[in-house]
Design a protein around this ligand. Sequence first.
Ligand code: ADP
Ligand code: MG
Length: 324
Amino acid sequence: MITGELSFIAYDTVCRVQASADDEVSVEKALQEIRQSALEVESTLSMYDKNSELSRMNCSYVVDVPYPISSLLLASLPYNLTIAKMTEGAFDPTIGPLVRLWDFLNDEPKVPDYSTIEQVLKRVGYQHIHLDQKRKTITFSQSNMILDPGASGKGFALGLALDLLRKNKISHGVIDYGGNLYVHGGKIQTGAPLITAIRDPQETNSILGTVPLVDKAIATSSWYEHYFTIEGKVYHHILDPRTGYPHNLELQSVSIISSAPLFTDLVSTAFFLVGFEKGESLIRLLKRTYEVDLEYVAVLSDGTLKVSSGAGFKPFKQDTGTMN
Ligand code: ADP
Ligand code: MG
């Protein structure tokens, strides 16, 4: 068995790919194709690269005029819109103007004025966009909108990478796009599950527990990924499109486990936004609609742990909470 590895920077994070197969050519081909595909997704979907197709579209569309987009950009959008509808706009891929305003990647972030937030919120609303799959166009019914695929882009790229592992007959592989992880075929030789740790959102460098992964992805959404603190108050990067402020923390973190990588990324952010009860209902609805497997490990704001029965979660510390 030949194993190859590759690391590269994309989506403002380190991406790692490991692949094993019987022949070296397949391994090398898979790794190179995966890197190429990840970079293509980035150069199409990045809100931070002003030359990306998405940025060019955000700047140049005309209200009510269908705007032609590539198959790749088109493919990345429908589930975002479905989840926006299912969460009644708590999750909203048109959050871009608000994400820009808060600017969590800035070295000296500030809390924006309320009047500016109010102005910017007029440019947020998924109901103002319409996709035409047949004609491959998008139409905006509001000016100056900015699509932000930040909540699902890595999962989307991970799904394409998985297709390339399969196409190149890779028997075992691990793809990690900044914590969005997929384990293909389990451990090399044995195919046994790869045991993956979930971070404790309440204690940096501590582990909450582990989940076994074979042919499954995991993604976690939490306030601690990007935040700043002013006068003891935490401002984090998952924003409430109805108030314009960071979302009130009903959950500290939620990890989603599924064989469909796009869903892990999308649903972890959406679940985090709607809170535990609505998050569970969202999962039930998605399972019914798409026949997709979805499991969760959630930490509520008071530290209570909630785990779905199929997650295979094992708590790391005995005193971390209760398992359901
Ligand atoms: P990360 O990609 O940082 O690991 P997430 O997948 O949870 O974490 O995505 C967070 C990103 O989602 C934010 O940085 C922002 O770009 C975007 N976002 C923030 N609020 C919302 C929202 N209400 N709906 C959809 N996307 C959002
Ligand atoms: Mg996400």
